[in-house]
Design a protein. Sequence first.
Length: 129
Amino acid sequence: MNKAKIKERENKLLELTRAFCQQKLNDEYFQLSEKLIKKLGRKRNVPFKTGRIEIWAAAIIHALGLINFLFDKSEKPYVTVNEINDFFGTNQSTVTGKSKQIRDLLKLSHFDKDFSTDKISNSNPLNNM
């Protein structure tokens, strides 16, 4: 796949994640999504060059949500995995698999310095060490 096609898919991912973040989350999550999409787009083997773009968009939100406790009812914003899948028209097992692929590829984990929300970064227990 050439760079123009990859850029086209990247732009479509940005549109889809922007729509979800505007409707269900906030601008901070969109900024993190954008950063993640652009980082994935710079990889030698761009993971989202194949497969349904909606699955990749859902997986990006899922990966960010997992490391930022988005699925914890006590956190704001809060959404369920089902809400993500309903919005993008995807199924949970596929999205979870792609999310894991993204997290493994970029070595994402809780309190990640580049992809955590401000609230999560500030509450990192390792900050005091």
